[in-house]
Ligand binder design. Structure first.
Ligand SMILES: Cc1cc2nc3c(=O)[nH]c(=O)nc-3n(C[C@H](O)[C@H](O)[C@H](O)COP(=O)(O)OP(=O)(O)OC[C@H]3O[C@@H](n4cnc5c(N)ncnc54)[C@H](O)[C@@H]3O)c2cc1C
Length: 578
């Protein structure tokens, strides 16, 4: 049951306390409470997602991201790689976490990404073959909202059909743009080959977009994992508006410190929830290291300077923060068939929403983020490789991602060229070298952490994005774009190299895929925060199960890996307590 008031919560003692009811936390809560003898409390700082239309309707994504009530409203530290800019850093503040608040793009990454995790951790369970069953387990493939013929748009053999998270192809067509993209794969097949399904572990090429949407509605970790059949289990309690500050009640268990309690604030009062078996941190790549640091788990020097009592010296906590830097190119087009036909036409927008409300069909069933995604490698003679060795995990993994968007002014306000009709190629660096950190500068556990994703601090990242700009221009140079494509907006064609690099630094944003801040590493490795079983090193009875454990960001948007890792993480916890 979901509780909105701590006074209604039946008790404060449970077998497991899960911190964060987000993408991963709800998966773990569901799986652990499949055993009726196990009791679980989920503490979620944010608000309810129940009936939040902005979250349910895929096309309202921009408004959702603009609504401060559903966000932690973070801002990064000044980014030296972005010419000193600080950028807004949205993170969901609601049940379901980022799954209720994200762009819904569903991509798994390259098999090479996962095989590298297996090598790094010495645990084959994190390899592509080890994780693949967990992709199938969480996924429930669903027909698109318009029930169009999907033959040739995906490979059914690699998708799950019975899992709780709906995944589908777009359910509203943009035929002129879609045909132009597909024709490009025929005219430039060596550089931009068609790939039937980018989620096979071999993503290279151009594929149709897949999203966590079912029946025209956003599918979230709440609609999937806290559906009525699980949320009414008597052994599962979820408390909203409960912000965790730190772990408390230290004892010792076989020579290791162990925390028996979780301190949280409800209203203006502090409470402690007790876990007799394990505390599971699922507060995400920002919240998890923040709570660890507040609890005395981190670099001793930093903690001492702030007067936080030291519990375990784990210098990797909060380090290794990284995301995919994102940059967009836009062009005017000679067609009225773009997203602007809705976003710049109040009558059509109102009709679209009314159609969605009546039948869950029409343009509002999709996010508008893309029709296709291209995953591409840099040329082997790229100047980027002169400043850094190839950071990609193998030849089957991309360096760059293109979101192919039938409009401008898309999610997050990435490109807002003004009145007219536009298309956008969103360029994201899939294999960033830059690293930053999540740190604290206060002993007040409720003070926000310092978020430094370290964007473009490596020259490799800047040069690779510059190659991305050239590749995007190459993409739209295929003959099929003649007569359709208008002027580039803003026009970068006249910039010299130094001006282009400066323009990239001035305009790069995030992809919202931060990971790595409580990274897993091999047992006995000097770095890392959790071992391959996701237990915090040097602490008893404490695990991390969320995107923070991913040691290197995959060439993918990060919700699919988070679901899959959470499913495996839940299995590991269950096995420990079987
Ligand atoms: C704006 C945005 C767009 C995105 N778009 C996509 C996309 O299109 N496709 C994709 O694959 N991925 C996308 N992502 C990334 C993806 O959604 C995340 O990587 C993934 O959902 C992270 O899951 P998580 O469980 O680690 O964290 P979250 O889902 O963020 O869950 C953490 C939860 O913990 C709660 N919490 C944090 N601190 C505390 C505390 N102290 N006390 C109590 N509760 C706390 C939070 O409120 C939150 O509910 C996007 C992310 C964002 C922010």
């Amino acid at each position: 049951k979901v509780y909105e008031d701590v006074a209604d919560l039946p008790r404060l003692h449970y077998d497991f306390v899960i911190i964060g009811g987000g993408t991963a936390g709800t998966v773990v809560a569901n799986r652990l409470t499949e055993n009726p003898d196990v009791s679980v409390l989920v503490l979620e700082a944010g608000v309810s997602n129940d009936g939040v239309l902005l979250s349910e309707v895929p096309f309202l994504l921009n408004s959702l991201l603009g609504a401060s009530v559903y966000s932690w409203n973070y801002t990064t530290t000044p980014q030296s790689g972005l010419n000193g800019r600080s950028i807004a850093f949205p993170r969901a503040y609601m049940l379901g976490g980022c799954s209720a608040h994200n762009g819904m793009v569903y991509t798994r990454g390259a098999a090479d990404d996962f095989d590298r995790y297996a090598n790094l951790t010495g645990d084959d369970g994190w390899s592509w073959d080890g994780i693949f069953p967990y992709f199938l387990k969480h996924e429930g493939w669903t027909a698109p909202a318009d029930n169009h013929d999907t033959l040739g748009e995906f490979n059914p053999a690699i998708h799950g059909t019975d899992g709780p998270i709906s995944v589908s192809l777009n359910g509203f067509p943009w035929p002129v743009f879609e045909e132009t993209v597909i024709q490009t794969t025929k005219e430039l097949p060596d550089e931009f080959p068609f790939n039937l399904d980018m989620n096979s572990g071999q993503p290279l090429g151009v594929s149709w977009l897949q999203s966590s949407i079912g029946g025209g509605k956003r599918s979230t970790s709440v609609t999937g994992y806290l559906a009525p059949e699980s949320i009414w289990r008597p052994n599962l309690h979820v408390l909203l508006h409960a912000q965790v500050s730190k772990l408390v009640n230290i004892t010792h268990n076989r020579g290791k410190p162990s925390f028996g309690g979780v301190e949280f604030k409800f209203g203006s009062s502090l409470f402690v929830a007790h876990a007799s078996k394990e505390i599971i941190l699922s507060a995400g790549a920002i919240g998890t290291p923040h709570i660890l640091l507040n609890s005395g788990i981190g670099a001793h020097n930093t903690l001492s300077a702030l007067g936080i009592p030291k519990v375990v010296d784990l210098p990797s906590v909060g380090q290794n923060a990284h995301d995919h830097p994102f940059f967009a190119l836009g062009w005017a087009v000679n067609s009225t068939q773009t997203l602007e036909s809705i976003t710049q036409n109040a009558t059509r927008a109102a009709e679209g929403l009314a159609q969605w409300e009546a039948s869950h069909t029409g343009p509002f069933v999709d996010s508008g983020i893309a029709t296709h995604i291209a995953w591409l490698r840099l040329r082997s003679d790229s100047p980027a490789f002169e400043v850094h060795a190839d950071p990609s995990p193998g030849p089957g993994a991309p360096h760059l991602e293109f979101l192919l968007i039938p409009g401008g002014g898309i999610a997050g306000g990435i490109s807002t060229p003004g009145v007219g009709n536009f298309i956008t190629i969103g360029i994201s660096l899939s294999s960033p070298v830059s690293r930053g950190s999540i740190t604290i500068n206060s002993s007040d556990a409720f003070a926000p952490p310092l978020i430094d994703p370290g964007f473009l601090t490596s020259m490799f990242d800047l040069l690779a994005l510059r190659d991305g700009v050239a590749l995007a221009q190459r993409f739209v140079s295929a003959p099929v774009w003649d007569g359709y494509l208008g002027a580039m907006t803003p026009d970068l064609t006249g910039l010299n190299d130094a001006e282009l690099l400066a323009h990239i630094r001035d305009n790069v944003g995030q992809s919202f895929h931060i990971v790595g801040t409580a990274a897993m590493s091999a047992r006995g490795a000097p770095d890392g925060v959790v071992d391959p079983n996701l237990q915090v090193k040097g602490v008893a009875g404490l695990s991390v199960i969320d995107a923070a454990v991913v040691p290197i960001v995959p060439a993918a948007h990060t919700q699919a890996i988070t679901y899959a890792f959470a499913e495996r993480g839940a299995d590991l916890v269950k096995r420990r307590w079987a």
